[in-house]
Design a protein around this ligand. Structure first.
Ligand SMILES: *Cc1c(COP(=O)(O)O)cnc(C)c1O
Length: 484
């Protein structure tokens, strides 16, 4: 039983933690002894990325019987190369490209692995029910989850996205999804309405689903099955720096992470706890700078204006995975963590003690970036180094440059620029339009950078799903869709 809830002494083994998603008390699963578990990180650095993933996932999720074959099925031949996440030297930094997967989003790294983990956990624990995954998405998670879960035995997936709230490219990616076990539906309203609708469906349908042979689950990043695979690329980046002679084994490396729900950067902290010589973890935010304020003042205050920016996957005011970091920084005091989470819910803010803040500041630096600074970073890096960044990566680049110390810095790149052609073209000073596919072509003509295959073929794909529903109709939609 190496996982426990952040809010009580409820425990689960790694199989059940993956199946459950959040803990029943509303907390998140975490391994409270991660730091003291023996792990030979130096031996791990001698492996290629796929073998590295096997070793790391066996350590983090020890109850899975055949991790080697699960990792093979998830990754071999499914990314642009079996490096999975290449590291590229760009000017004074290194960019870790996490977007070389089947949907050109960093979410692919975790969502390629999660279906393997879920089906294995179902088989090993004797789960007879089918799993029904309900997901609300602001764009990227939906497609990566569809791609990961389509035609997986024993699992069905339904994705809900805001009508007129995702980019044309993202919408076509989802509505053209193949697979017999998938459903995609637009919801009138914004992303928060979708998310509320899906949360209500979870509450209202969970016993109905049980009676009909289904178990509800989520593909959200609060699942440890999504977090664990993300620790791997911190190791692979470090290995690549050693192998190219940029650093010697044992040197510290800083990582700058464009942050939304705090999953990606938390995985970096896990890598550090497993022994990897990580220096600072730089938490990069856009104009929604709630995390920057928190790491500076110790007050997490969600009572503020919400901004829609050109890095939509980072437009978030409640970073769920921060709860796991709090648990560690608060000496695993579940009562304290629960109190903070309650206060956030009831009052809209909480404050941590000065000792806790000091502990956080030892490992984390936080900074933020305006829309103008983000656009300027895209243009500058293109002009100086002929490297094209998407508007999430550019937020991190900006923060990395401003906080660079003496350690080498790795900037995590979370999306292909071709997923956001409008913002990228506009950053480069070009005219734009509403036609995402035309803009992709224009960006290609301008830069000569190849369009990822999955995006290039999208225009010709047939739309399979075109339903638009009211946000209070999600429950009925789910019930009906299950019997089609
Ligand atoms: C999800 C996402 C992020 C944020 O990652 P978190 O793990 O939620 O912090 C950043 N960039 C892109 C493109 C994303 O899709």
């Amino acid at each position: 039983m190496n996982y426990q809830s952040t809010r009580s002494n409820y425990t689960a083994d790694s199989l059940n933690a993956v199946l459950q998603g959040p803990a029943p008390d509303g907390g998140l699963f975490i391994d409270p002894c991660m730091e003291s578990r023996p792990f030979d990180w130096q031996a791990c650095l001698r492996l290629d990325t796929i073998d590295m993933a096997k070793t790391i996932l066996k350590a983090l999720l020890p109850d899975f019987k055949d991790m080697d074959s699960l990792v093979e099925k998830a990754y071999r031949g499914r990314f642009e190369s079996d490096d999975i996440t290449p590291l590229v030297k760009v000017g004074p930094a290194h960019i870790l490209e996490l977007f070389r997967g089947p949907t050109s989003a960093f979410k692919d790294v975790a969502l390629s692995m999660l279906p393997q983990l879920m089906t294995a956990a179902m088989a090993q624990s004797g789960e007879k029910k089918q799993v029904l995954i309900l997901t609300a998405t602001s764009g990227d998670t939906g497609k990566a989850a569809l791609e990961g879960f389509h035609d997986v035995n024993g699992i069905r997936i339904m994705v809900f996205y805001p009508h007129n709230g995702v980019s044309p490219v993202q919408e076509k990616q989802m509505t053209s999804q193949q697979g017999e076990n998938v459903c995609v539906c637009a919801v009138k309203g914004n992303f928060d309405d979708c998310q509320t609708g899906v949360k209500n469906a979870f509450r209202e349908l969970s016993s109905w689903a049980q009676d009909h042979g289904y178990r509800l689950s989520s593909a959200n990043s609060i699942n440890i099955g999504r977090l664990a695979p993300q620790t791997v690329y911190y190791f692979s980046a470090y290995r690549d720096l050693v192998n190219s002679g940029e650093i010697s084994l044992g040197d510290k490396v800083d990582f700058c992470v464009p942050t939304g729900n705090f999953g990606d950067i938390l995985a970096g902290y896990w890598a550090k706890m497993m022994g990897l010589p990580v220096g600072k973890l730089i938490c990069a935010s856009n104009k929604n700078r709630i995390l920057t304020d928190f790491f500076t003042t110790g007050v997490y205050d969600a009572r503020r204006e919400f901004f829609k920016t050109s890095s939509p996957s980072m437009d978030i005011l409640v970073s769920s995975n921060l709860e796991r970091l709090l648990f560690l920084a608060m000496d695993k005091d579940t009562a304290k963590v629960s109190r903070c989470m309650d206060e956030l819910k009831t009052k809209g803010f909480y404050k941590v003690e000065p000792e806790v803040l000091a502990r956080l500041q030892k490992d984390f630096t936080a900074d933020c970036c305006t829309e103008e600074e983000s656009a300027k970073a895209i243009a500058d890096v293109w002009k100086s180094y002929s490297y094209l960044m998407d508007p999430h990566t550019s937020v991190a680049w900006h923060c990395a440059m401003r906080n660079k110390g003496s350690n080498p810095v790795v900037v995590l790149s979370t999306a292909s620029p071709y997923k956001f052609p409008r913002s990228v073209l506009s950053a480069l000073g070009e005219e734009t339009s509403d036609n995402g596919f035309e803009l992709m072509d224009r960006l290609h003509e301008l830069t000569g950078i190849p369009v990822p295959e999955n995006l290039a073929g999208l225009k010709e794909k047939k739309t399979r799903f075109n339903e638009v529903i009211e946000n209070n109709a999600i429950v009925d939609y789910v019930k009906e869709a299950l019997w089609k």
